[in-house]
Design a protein around this ligand. Structure first.
Ligand SMILES: *[C@@H]1O[C@H](CO)[C@@H](O)[C@H](O)[C@H]1NC(C)=O
Ligand SMILES: *[C@@H]1O[C@H](CO)[C@@H](O)[C@H](O)[C@H]1NC(C)=O
Ligand SMILES: *[C@@H]1O[C@H](CO)[C@@H](O)[C@H](O)[C@H]1NC(C)=O
Ligand SMILES: *[C@@H]1O[C@H](CO)[C@@H](O)[C@H](O)[C@H]1NC(C)=O
Ligand SMILES: *[C@@H]1O[C@H](CO)[C@@H](O)[C@H](O)[C@H]1NC(C)=O
Ligand SMILES: *[C@@H]1O[C@H](CO)[C@@H](O)[C@H](O)[C@H]1NC(C)=O
Ligand SMILES: *[C@@H]1O[C@H](CO)[C@@H](O)[C@H](O)[C@H]1NC(C)=O
Length: 487
């Protein structure tokens, strides 16, 4: 009773398995079926017939290779005819194919796995045939494999890290490319090659993993992977989509720069600017002043305007974002060197065109033109050995003063008309000499430096077609290396 019951159950299982085989058009899992049916042989499953188990279709690249997994069964009465000398053959529509094949199976183990090389024809059915040189000769027409070809490989697929990635953490990017020909899997490369990459072949997919430690230098890089396929008639490469990396990092290259309002002097202004690179952007900037041993917080914001009251100032800024902070190098301003600068504001009616003299080095000579018995029409300064442009108008011959070596102009005075011209102009020197031009009429003016050591550096003001309408003086030390004093 038990025995009969057992047989009925086994028979039903085999029947289900064989039905499944009939329905399994694509032959997926054919290996499993084959094994299952082999196990059930003699238990009702009629595996003892000619049958090749191959995929219904495989795909490869034009000119490349493809491996067709293959197994087969033969009726029981032919099993004895199988021997190591049996010949595997592949046929195309009843003719032997021209494509070269590499047999990779073992016929005595019912394995007919074969690699087709240099495949060029698309959508062609191939049939397996076995010829053992004895009654076992058979072509498996019922079970063809269709080889399909494509001109271009499918693009590799990029898998990107979960963002945001914080600087200093390891990053892993993956790239998977289909492998069409298992003897020549594609080679995957990364652009840019940011770190180490390892390549792994699994089933018919090649996966490359790129690992590197995230750095701010990687931020914004566009990463892609390329799969290169070896094909004897011409290699093919195909590239994935690009992924732009976003790396979060604490502020970098933080720098503090000051821009003094000129001339830099006590009481003058200083604009401070803090720059920094950060992702996400800098959210807060704090300014500090180093005062002896103390560090004083003096303000916030990427730019800050302050007044200079001491001779020496040392600043730095600190930039912050949600990742971290960075301090800048110190910015020093020393107004000691510039403390001799001063400006005597312009006097006169001030009509006409503005002017400002300029030149390199100390002033070494002066020429002044006067309307005889009247006002000053023009003047010219010499800096070093070069005469600056003529300011105003030249009439007749100028009055001229050439300074000695080390002699400087320390006073500019004269007379002016509140609605006309400068009437008299006197240049006084450090050696007590002077040049006097024009008429001693109307209002007096006297321009001189705030510091004894300073000398005349620049004259500025306005002039018109008739003469000089206003005049101001800028005082200071000659720029270094340009002093005219040689001792
Ligand atoms: C082929 O298969 C048979 C049976 O499984 C085995 O004895 C033989 O060693 C195999 N031959 C090769 C070359 O693997
Ligand atoms: C490779 O194939 C095996 C067996 O078919 C399967 O178990 C495994 O999940 C596959 N691996 C990948 C990565 O697809
Ligand atoms: C990342 O940094 C760690 C620790 O500093 C180091 O051991 C590792 O080799 C680095 N990895 C790469 C890919 O540079
Ligand atoms: C990455 O691509 C984007 C958009 O095409 C571009 O704006 C950016 O400059 C690229 N980055 C680099 C580092 O080339
Ligand atoms: C094709 O690729 C192989 C390596 O995959 C290389 O050795 C060969 O030089 C390449 N051929 C051409 C024509 O680029
Ligand atoms: C910082 O400056 C260096 C040198 O100029 C530069 O190579 C680097 O890319 C900068 N870093 C950032 C985050 O801008
Ligand atoms: C300083 O900043 C103020 C206000 O932003 C601006 O008006 C002035 O021109 C700046 N001065 C200098 C020397 O940059």
């Amino acid at each position: 009773m038990f025995n009969r019951m057992h047989s009925v159950l086994l028979f039903a299982a085999a029947w289900v398995a064989c039905l499944a085989k009939l329905l399994d058009e694509k032959m997926t899992g054919s290996w499993r079926l084959f094994v299952l049916c082999s196990l059930l042989q003699g238990a009702g499953c009629n595996a003892a017939e000619f049958e090749a188990l191959v995929p219904a279709s495989v795909t490869t690249l034009s000119g490349s290779c493809v491996t067709v997994p293959c197994s087969f069964t033969v009726p029981d009465q032919f099993k004895g005819n199988l021997h190591p000398g049996c010949i595997p053959i592949w046929k195309k529509k009843k003719t032997t194919i021209s494509t070269t094949t590499t047999f990779r199976g073992n016929l005595t183990a019912y394995d007919c796995t074969t690699t087709f090389n240099n495949v060029l024809e698309d959508n062609v059915q191939y049939y397996f045939r076995i010829d053992c040189g004895n009654p076992l000769k058979y072509t498996f027409y019922e079970n063809p494999v269709t080889i399909q070809i494509k001109g271009l490989p499918d693009a590799p697929r990029l898998t990107t890290p979960k963002e945001p990635v914080v600087e200093g953490t390891p990053v892993e990017l993956g790239c998977s490319a289909p492998s069409y020909c298992d003897t020549h899997p594609p080679t995957v490369t990364w652009t840019p090659a940011l770190g180490l990459s390892t390549q792994l072949q699994q089933n018919d997919t090649v996966t490359s993993t790129l690992t590197f430690n995230a750095s701010h230098l990687h931020h914004g890089n566009n990463v892609s992977c390329t799969a290169a396929y070896y094909i004897p008639s011409g290699n093919k490469t195909v590239t994935s989509t690009r992924h732009q990396l976003s790396i979060s990092y604490a502020p970098r290259n933080t720098s503090a720069v000051g821009s003094p309002c000129l001339p830099a002097r006590e009481g003058g202004c200083l604009n401070l600017t803090c720059t920094s690179h950060a992702n996400p952007a800098v959210s807060a900037v704090t300014w500090y002043r180093i005062h002896g041993e103390h560090i004083l917080k003096i303000g916030t914001g990427s730019s800050l305007s302050i007044q200079l009251w001491n001779a020496n100032y040392v600043f730095f800024c600190e930039a912050r974002n949600e990742i971290g902070t960075e301090k800048s190098d110190v910015y020093k301003i020393n107004i000691q060197a510039n403390e001799y600068l001063s400006y005597s504001p312009a006097l006169g009616s001030g009509g006409g065109t503005p002017f400002m003299t300029s030149g390199e080095g100390s002033i070494t000579g002066v020429k002044v033109w006067e309307q005889p018995g009247n006002h000053i029409t023009g003047f010219q300064l010499r800096y070093g050995t070069r005469w600056d442009r003529l300011i105003g108008r030249a009439v007749h011959a100028p009055l001229r003063l050439d300074l000695f070596e080390g002699e400087t102009i320390t006073q500019v005075s004269g007379k002016y008309h509140t609605s006309h011209y400068i009437y008299q102009l006197i240049f006084g020197t450090s050696r007590g000499r002077s040049l006097i031009a024009g008429q001693p009429a109307l209002k007096s003016f006297n321009l001189y430096p705030e510091h004894e050591e300073a000398e005349l550096r620049i004259l500025s003001g306005r002039f018109d077609g008739g003469g000089i309408t206003s005049l101001g003086a800028h005082w200071g030390l000659a720029p270094e290396g340009y002093g005219n004093s040689t001792s």
